[in-house]
Design a binder for this molecule. Structure first.
Ligand code: NAD
Length: 347
């Protein structure tokens, strides 16, 4: 394929390393002096020492976070930020926590210091999501991209095996889909390949022993690369398909990615064999599709949509409803190809 690209960088200060959460208070003070913290239950536990040190700067805390940012939660959090006169947001937790912080940043135009505790990758992106009347809308706004991100792998030692697998496979999907996404560039291809390699080399070990700090460190490097790649390259047919499946049938986010990824990859690499070679190299295998299946199986992820409770009829109906021109892929996808992908994933 001819090389033509626009590489839109997302500027962020990234601080990485075991034990570096102790630097969060100083990093927060660089951006503001009236901090509003957002942390879910797990985040609150790891945040305690940081928040104690920031007691003089802390003007409010939000301790309840729900998935997919319900609009009423966003409105309540925005009102709190205004009422306490917050000038900076400190978000500690997974993708849902980042999502609520982004919803506040979007309207209140406040900077975010992000301290991720999963591999979802939202902390690296300018992508927001909000759910109203059961429909999740997403969009891009540079203001919601966290200004400083502190990655401390020690904060992930408590992540249970199922969440390690689910958010880790979500990160793999960010990297793989980025290989044919609209904003891909030579740099994002390298980042995606390195991200997949780091994740495949570490997730099984992190699942076996959650307290394996070396594995947690490598997985977090992979998650950072995945988030950064997704932020620049954007999403493509895999994410669009999962988004439709998940939105319409309320399927679990990460598990849907795990089931569908080998099938969308099989389709994409028929059109872009070089992307298939990249995935294979990163996985250390000859067959990228079999390699992705083997990784998901090793991590105990579901392999069919039927296991998630979806009937083949419902899965196939998505192929008829989807706008094949809006898939964000550099090749055209026929309805028959989508039928084959969904029939395969349905199981
Ligand atoms: P999550 O934030 O919902 O967290 C899942 C669970 O893990 C929660 O119960 C949380 O308390 C717990 N948890 C988090 N860290 C923990 C830790 N270290 N130890 C123990 N438990 C911990 O899930 P997620 O997978 O991080 O994020 C998923 C969400 O992020 C989805 O809504 C997805 O759409 C969104 N997302 C957004 C973007 C973006 O760019 N906007 C990118 C990726 C994902």
């Amino acid at each position: 394929m001819p090389q033509r690209f626009v590489h839109d960088s997302v500027g962020a200060r990234v601080i990485f390393g075991a034990g570096r959460a102790v630097e969060v208070p100083a990093e927060s003070r660089r951006l503001g002096h009236r901090l509003l913290s957002i942390a879910d239950e797990a985040g609150t536990e790891v945040a305690a020492p940081m928040l104690t040190e920031l007691a003089d700067e802390l003007v409010g805390t939000i301790g309840e976070v729900r998935p997919h940012v319900p609009i009423e939660d966003a409105e309540r959090a925005r009102a709190l930020a205004r009422s306490v006169g917050a000038d900076c947001l400190l978000a500690i937790g997974g993708g849902s926590t980042m999502g609520l912080a982004k919803a506040i940043a979007m309207t209140e135009r406040l900077p975010i210091v992000a301290v991720p505790t999963t591999y979802a990758g939202s902390e690296m992106t300018p992508v927001w999501g909000l759910t109203a009347d059961g429909v999740k809308r997403t969009g891009r706004d540079p203001i919601v991209a966290p200004r400083t991100i502190v990655y401390d792998p020690e904060l992930t030692l408590s992540l249970p095996p199922a969440l390690t697998a689910a958010s880790g496979l979500n990160a793999v999907a960010h990297c793989v889909d980025a290989l044919w996404a609209p904003g891909r560039s030579p740099l994002t291809q390298i980042m995606a390949e390195r991200g997949i390699a780091a994740l495949v080399a570490s997730l099984p070990a992190a699942m076996r022993d959650g307290r394996d700090l070396r594995a947690r460190e490598a997985a977090m490097v992979g998650a950072w690369l995945a988030g950064a790649t997704f932020a620049i390259a954007g999403s493509s047919l895999h994410h669009k398909l999962c988004h439709m499946l998940g939105g319409k049938h309320d399927l679990p986010h990460a598990e849907t990615h795990a089931v569908v990824l080998p099938w969308t990859t099989g389709l994409a690499i028929r059109h872009m064999p070089e992307a298939g070679r990249t995935v294979a190299r990163a996985l250390g295998t000859d067959d990228p599709v079999a390699g992705l299946r083997a990784l998901a199986a090793e991590l105990g992820a579901p392999t069919t949509l039927a296991e998630l409770g979806l009937t083949p009829g419902h899965a196939l109906a998505i192929a008829d409803e989807i706008d094949t021109d809006g898939l964000g892929a550099p090749f055209s996808v026929t309805r028959e190809e989508l039928h084959a992908v969904l029939a395969g994933a349905a199981g």
